[in-house]
Ligand binder design. Sequence first.
Ligand code: SAH
Length: 469
Amino acid sequence: MARKKKFYLFENIEVIDTAAKGKSVAKAPDGKVIFLSNAVPGDIVDIQTGRKRKSFYEGKAVKFHKLSSKRTDPVCDYFGVCGGCKWQNMKYEEQLAYKQKEVINNLIRIGHLDLPEITPILGCKEIYFYRNKMEFSFSDSRWLTNEEIKSGKEFDNKNACGFHIPRMWDKILDIDKCHLQEDPSNDIRNSIKEFAKNHNISFFNPRNQYGLLRTLMIRIASTGEIMIVLQLFSEDKKKRELLLNHIAEKFPQITSLQYVINNKGNDTIYDQNVVLFKGRDHIFELMEGLKFKINAKSFYQTNSAQAYELYKITRNFANLKGDEIVYDLYTGTGTIAQFISKSAKKVVGVESVPEAIADAKTNAKINNIKNTEFFVGDMAKIFTSEFITQNGKPDVIITDPPRDGMHKKVIEQILNILPTKIVYVSCNSATQARDLALMKEHYKIVKSQSVDMFPQTHHVENVVLLEKR
Ligand code: SAH
């Protein structure tokens, strides 16, 4: 027997806070928390709940009695449909305040940590068009808006190039203008779409796995160099060359034009052969005189300007004198390691992705840096006492783990070594708080600085300086 679902309507409720994943929070009359997907703190709303969970509700504001003074008009036509910029309807200074608050709450509530005086979060100068890399998907099953469906019209061409609708893996929202990457990003995407439509080049159907055009990656470096990687589902030489030649001619500023033929079930290009069509197979990013070579598969922080700020804060916190051995854990392509290399005796970078370490080594060579060493391995396995004996005991550890934070074993090893200082760069203050709690007996938090790398989203980076007690 199907259980009867209970839905509630709560009226005249004030939205009081933000929560994880870009949601906001209100309190139901029974005292339980309601997570909302479409309201801003300060709004007074009627809420329709969906599924009830054990200890909270999930809901949607269905009527707005008062709009919050924290609101601003979203700039994007797709706001609310596209999963990308969930906070576009909140003023930027409010976004920053909530990011800061989340970090402090996590450090206190999860980590039970004693915090120093907190320096204000560092916001971005550019709150739109700040990304150097975008990935768009093609589909022949465009997501139709409610208005389009209500209009009762038939749409014969449902080709789209844009973003996945949240939780709908086969539906793509067609995007005409995205506010995250500067020109000519939108022009390139729209021109490819238009040309393909006019020349009968088919768009991918992810459900039944047919169609030619699959994904498009655009990278625009701070040097002005542009990389395009077009992913096709199968080889059709004539159509492929027709389209690639069109892109090359229309956008001569593209310095790297590449493609991938991928007939696997999933879109990732990391296990695929990337083929150069025109130009070089890489572009360069520049940061404070350092050059970073980036190929189709390389990782690089997606907000170049703010990555520079983040790295400067990291370097300032480490405050190196020049005679230290520094470890850069989770080094990626070795960017932080190289950025601080001039101020240290030696920097050891460790990372699990072999291609990233290959890039790190190449970049160190290009930059004529001689005091860095890079190693591939899963941190919990490679970061052993023997490794430390071989590479020297670190005076300072910089660590920048993924969202899950550090493995317990890695923390145990750090506590074995007891370096004088630890600089912990984190993109998830909840796991950072958990990890710091495990170290608080031996380390005190001397500084904590949040940095916003992703305006219009709830994401926030936090850098903490720990000193040995
Ligand atoms: N510091 C770098 C990148 C940090 S992102 C920069 O600023 O560019 C986190 C990195 O941790 C990623 O490169 C990821 O590949 C790596 N990583 C994730 N899990 C790992 C593990 N278990 N062992 C080692 N490295 C890991």
